[in-house]
Design a protein around this ligand. Sequence first.
Ligand SMILES: [Zn+2]
Ligand SMILES: [Zn+2]
Length: 120
Amino acid sequence: MAKELVPYALEQGNPSEAAGVQRWRWQQDGDDWVKTGPCPRCKHAISKRLVMTSYLTRPAVTGDTDKGDTGKTESARVQRLRLPAPPGTVSIFCNCGVSHADGKSGCGFFVKDIAGPGGA
Ligand SMILES: [Zn+2]
Ligand SMILES: [Zn+2]
């Protein structure tokens, strides 16, 4: 018997589904933070990745620019900072990779205001 797929529907999860997603643990993958679990609607595995490179700060411009050439040039260093877990909330959409409708992957389930790894 073939497993039946739930039909695609863009639909926000109810509070108890949101609470379930909230409980999935954030895990660190390199610099990124990833949260994975089964989609409450279609039961396929879904994940949310926070790509931490977008949080890297640009190197600061050091020295006084109006002093002219002092012969001392600070080489621009791109610092890779070990950043704290980002606070705030994220939305998580079903991205199960299974086609629930033509041209769409995921079942359309989503939840909002899920606490980030650093807390809401
Ligand atoms: Zn699915
Ligand atoms: Zn789903």
